[in-house]
Design a protein around this ligand. Sequence first.
Ligand code: PNS
Length: 165
Amino acid sequence: MKAVYPGSFDPTTYGHMDIIERAAAFTDELIVAVLNNSAKKAMFTIEERLEMIRQLTAHLPNVKAMSFSGLLVNFAEENDARLIIRGLRAVTDFENEFQMALTNRSLNNNIETLFISTSTQYLFLSSSIVKEVATLGGNVDEMVSPIIKEQLLKKIDAVKPNNKF
Ligand code: PNS
């Protein structure tokens, strides 16, 4: 079965990687789909995010990275994917995720959403937290791969001293 794992991935964390690796293990093909949303202020460009995902998933032959804009269900259908994968952390994620899953199902009832619960060590983790910690000079070694850390530090250096994301 082919599946889509959508998100902003700004940037990809170890929490995302956990979901990608686990989903890739039971799908034939997994598309990591990066939302191209010009309205949302991001730290990394779409191309940078795709490139980082490609590097992080180079060891997973059935994973590919693509960007999408517009409705997720349309992107899934155009790519013959009937499954949307989302990671769930705490109950606080649930309401929003449930609303998204129901909306997507009302838009296209051929496409199912499957939630994968995060591994406990990543319960607290989010891209926003990573950006905040990195921007304030904290250690992100437990949160992102060295590939992402390097890119984060480059970005932060580039925008200093007005480094707010
Ligand atoms: O990582 P994120 O930011 O929580 O991901 C959110 C995402 C990309 C999954 C969601 O915003 C999305 O699917 N956007 C595409 C627009 C869409 O299909 N909207 C209708 C369903 S809510």
